[in-house]
Design a protein around this ligand. Structure first.
Ligand SMILES: O=c1[nH]c(=O)c2[nH]c(=O)[nH]c2[nH]1
Length: 328
């Protein structure tokens, strides 16, 4: 096509929903994932000439997700993403880069009291035994929180990002906001005691699985990291920092949260946080002759302040895309 060239292109199958059951006798476990594959490489003639010889069908990438879930199991979202991304790049010369993004939805086991312990006769029993034996195959979705893993593999490098979205937190005190800049449109009153609430979206990058200036050769850290332990530690540190910080602004709280993860979770070089400030405004009850000393609030869902920043290990390079909410 005269005067026209192909820019960056990628393709794959997005949002493959896979639920994997593991059975240990009567005790079952599940992993519930949403897996998106994006491949890049030698796609010029595919677009310009309609040649498909280098196009591994998106349908095949979908099938690979399900086959790998069966063959390899899903130990962790990060591990499964690594397996898939490496497979697509290793298996085909024309594919130079594979990005696998996984959202994981959490399920908690429904803990049922043993039969007979709550005074009713109709509880579950193991068949044939008549003995109390609560089910080990029942689950309840654990809130709106979603775990994220995103792995990008290309020749000689491998980037592992992990994170979460939908982690909603609130402090009823230990939050102040004053001393801010003012102009003729400023009406906000200073406060030394307010509710601080936000819904955390966080994405952090492990440097020990990446070749790059801030990480050394691949891998310079633990060759088989315990991704689950690291993810759980990062989540715990985000919550601990939110709870422990006496906040002078959500910006300062963000820095404390990110800094704690970078300093304490093995391998983390960088974390990006997106924190909507979910304003809780004390209601004026004086028309009803009532005092309201920060007891009754309107929880305003819109508009919200949007506080976003990356916190880095000293010397590391910022690589996580700034616009997390669109990137995810
Ligand atoms: O923690 C805050 N940071 C701000 O930048 C800001 N702006 C605002 O109106 N309220 C707040 N709160």
């Amino acid at each position: 096509m005269p005067g026209v060239v192909l820019g960056p292109a990628r393709y794959g199958k997005a949002e493959n929903r896979v639920v994997r059951v593991v059975r240990e006798g009567r005790t079952h476990h599940i992993k519930d994932l949403n897996v998106s594959i994006a491949l890049e490489g030698d796609l010029e003639e595919t677009h310009t000439l309609g040649r498909n010889d280098k196009v591994l069908p998106t349908d095949t990438t979908k099938n690979t997700v399900y086959a790998f879930a069966r063959e390899h199991g899903i130990a962790s979202a990060e591990g499964f993403a690594l397996l898939l991304a490496r497979h697509f790049v290793a298996g085909r010369e024309s594919i130079h880069r594979a990005r696998v993004r996984i959202e994981e939805y959490g399920w908690d086991r429904i803990e049922v009291p043993a039969a007979g312990t709550d005074g009713t006769a109709d509880d579950a029993s193991a068949p044939g035994t008549g003995k109390p034996d609560p089910p080990r195959h029942s689950f309840v979705r654990s809130g709106r929180e979603t775990r994220i893993a995103q792995v990008t593999v290309e020749a000689g490098s491998c980037e592992v990002l992990a994170g979460l979205t939908g982690l909603t937190v609130l402090n009823t005190t230990a939050s102040e906001f004053h001393g801010f800049a003012e102009d003729r449109y400023t009406t906000l009153e200073e406060t030394s005691d307010r509710i601080l609430a936000t819904e955390v979206t966080a994405l952090w990058r492990y440097a020990d699985h990446l070749s790059g200036a801030d990480s050394g050769p691949v891998p310079d850290g633990d060759p088989t990291p315990d991704w689950d332990a690291r993810w759980t530690a990062a989540r715990d540190h985000l919550l601990t920092a939110f709870a422990l910080t006496h906040s002078l602004s959500l910006q300062q709280t963000l820095y404390e949260m990110g800094g704690r993860v970078v300093r304490r979770v093995p391998g983390v070089a960088e974390i990006r946080l997106s924190l909507p400030n979910r304003h809780h405004v004390p209601v004026d009850l004086t028309p009803f002759g009532l005092e309201n000393d920060r007891e009754v609030h309107i929880a305003a869902d819109r508009p919200y302040g949007l506080i976003e920043a990356t916190v880095l290990r000293e010397g590391a390079t910022a690589r996580i895309p700034p616009d997390l909410t669109n990137a995810l």
